[in-house]
Design a protein around this ligand. Structure first.
Ligand SMILES: Cc1ncc(COP(=O)(O)O)c(C=O)c1O
Length: 436
């Protein structure tokens, strides 16, 4: 169980953890100094963010790169407007899913030719799970964690019902996952960074355990891609999926990605067999023949305008480098948690994320019994976080555009919300929708 934050942070020092040296209280000036020394600081100006707004929800919808509107306008005005259907070849529209897929492949440490951009994460989960089940015909179980993101679980349930032959989804608690890898498990499906708490699975270890048990893996990297260094190739991960609209800043409803390890590509039968996954889409043959390689994971016509916006976001993450992003993110999540401990003692918060920065993704979550109204009141103070039932306040810290001093401002606003009971208003108590 998460421990409540200790009371009594006062005088000039705070004990951050029992047995540690007293650490001086942080001030806003300390965080401003970190901003001045931040090698990624220049990226903030590449994003449009409303002045005075602290945006800690980039793990839900990433901020808009300033270059995105011009790129989208170019695709719409010139490529669509003037070049019309010729754009499929002249402007490389047909290649976008593989071209941007290759860039995301670099961000997630996939081998060349393993990643494509297509469809939504939910649909890609269906494709990956279906292909994985087909590669383990004697086994019937998709194993996952009870707290996994709902769409992952719902897709697995629906697919298992469709496949029949006794297939089903088995859910266990996080600490039981490895021991539940029995001889009937075909696929282990996990979200690498937990959407609620930010807790991070050790991908290499879990993949090795799954393989030792004869199972394949499907990793959901929605909260990892663009924030956490990954090495899918070294981990020998089998399949992976993830969102384009979170840390990749691809825009609302941006298409998702799907990675299939090369060793599986030519045997993996995709359960969705659309014409663009065909070996010769323009031969218009009456029967499906899968394309070689990752191309078979395509289904229908690519969403060109959305892909153009996504590429701008992906390019920014590549330019910054995941290693630099992670280094800043570790520092920021650590500081955010420390500031929460320093400033919010006595208000009833508990840390919901792992205490060690290395064990969480780029978010810090707090628990509070009045989480929903607090998040509403905080938004009125121009700090955007979000709420996940039953009691989690989620703060995503996108290191590409979030500064250190903003973390101070967010915690200061939260302190104000608590000290002045700004959350305790009927308007904020209306039942949560989950959307802030
Ligand atoms: C872990 C995870 N998987 C999947 C999704 C959503 O998938 P889709 O883009 O298909 O709605 C989310 C959305 O927040 C998520 O957090």
């Amino acid at each position: 169980m998460a421990k409540p934050m200790p009371r009594g942070y006062h005088a000039r020092t705070a004990m951050r953890r029992k047995g540690r040296r007293p650490v001086p209280l942080m001030t806003r000036a300390d965080l401003e100094a970190l901003d001045r020394a931040d090698p990624l600081r220049r990226f903030r100006d590449r994003f449009r963010l409303p002045p005075g707004l602290v945006y800690l929800d980039g793990n839900s919808l990433g901020a808009m790169p300033k270059a995105a509107p011009a790129r989208v306008a170019q695709v719409v005005e010139r490529e669509w407007g003037d070049d019309l259907i010729r754009s499929w070849s002249r402007n490389g529209w047909m290649d976008l899913p593989l071209r941007i897929g290759a860039k995301i492949g670099t961000l997630i440490g996939a081998a060349e030719g393993e990643t494509v951009v297509a469809d939504s994460t939910s649909v890609n989960l269906f494709k990956a799970l279906g292909a994985a089940l087909g590669l383990r015909p004697g086994r019937r179980v998709i194993l996952s964690e009870r707290g996994n993101f709902p769409t992952d679980l719902y897709i697995a349930e629906g697919l298992a019902a469709l496949v029949g032959r006794g297939c089903g989804l088995r859910l266990v608690d996080a600490d039981e996952v490895e021991s539940a890898l029995g001889p009937d498990v075909a696929v282990l499906m996990l979200t690498q960074v937990d959407y609620r708490t930010g807790r991070m699975w050790d991908m290499a270890r879990l993949t090795a355990s799954a393989h030792a048990a004869g199972a394949l893996t499907v990793w959901d990297l929605s909260h990892s891609a663009g924030a956490v260094p990954l090495d899918l190739a070294a981990a020998e991960a089998d399949f992976a999926v993830g969102c384009g609209y979170k840390y990749l800043n691809g825009g609302p409803g941006a298409p998702a990605f799907l990675q299939v390890a090369r060793r599986h590509q030519d045997r993996a039968a995709m359960p969705l067999t659309g014409w663009l996954g065909h070996a010769a889409p323009f031969a218009f043959e009456p029967s499906f023949r899968p394309a070689d390689g990752i191309g078979r994971a395509r289904v229908g016509t690519p969403p060109v305008i959305s892909l153009a916006a996504l590429e701008v976001g992906v390019d920014l993450a590549l330019e910054a480098s995941v290693a630099a992003l992670r280094a800043k993110s570790l520092r920021q999540t650590e500081l955010f948690a420390a500031l929460a401990a320093q400033e919010l003692g006595g208000f009833g918060f508990a840390l919901a994320s792992p205490a060690e920065a290395a064990q969480r993704g780029s978010q810090v979550c707090l628990r509070h019994e009045h989480g929903w109204p607090i998040v509403q009141a905080l938004a009125a103070e121009r700090v955007i976080g979000d709420f996940r039932a039953p009691d989690i306040l989620r703060f995503g810290i996108a290191p590409l555009y979030i500064g250190f001093a903003e973390l101070w401002d967010a915690i200061a606003a939260l302190k104000r919300v608590m000290a002045e009971r700004l959350w305790d208003r009927p308007a904020y108590r209306a039942s949560p929708t989950g959307v802030t």
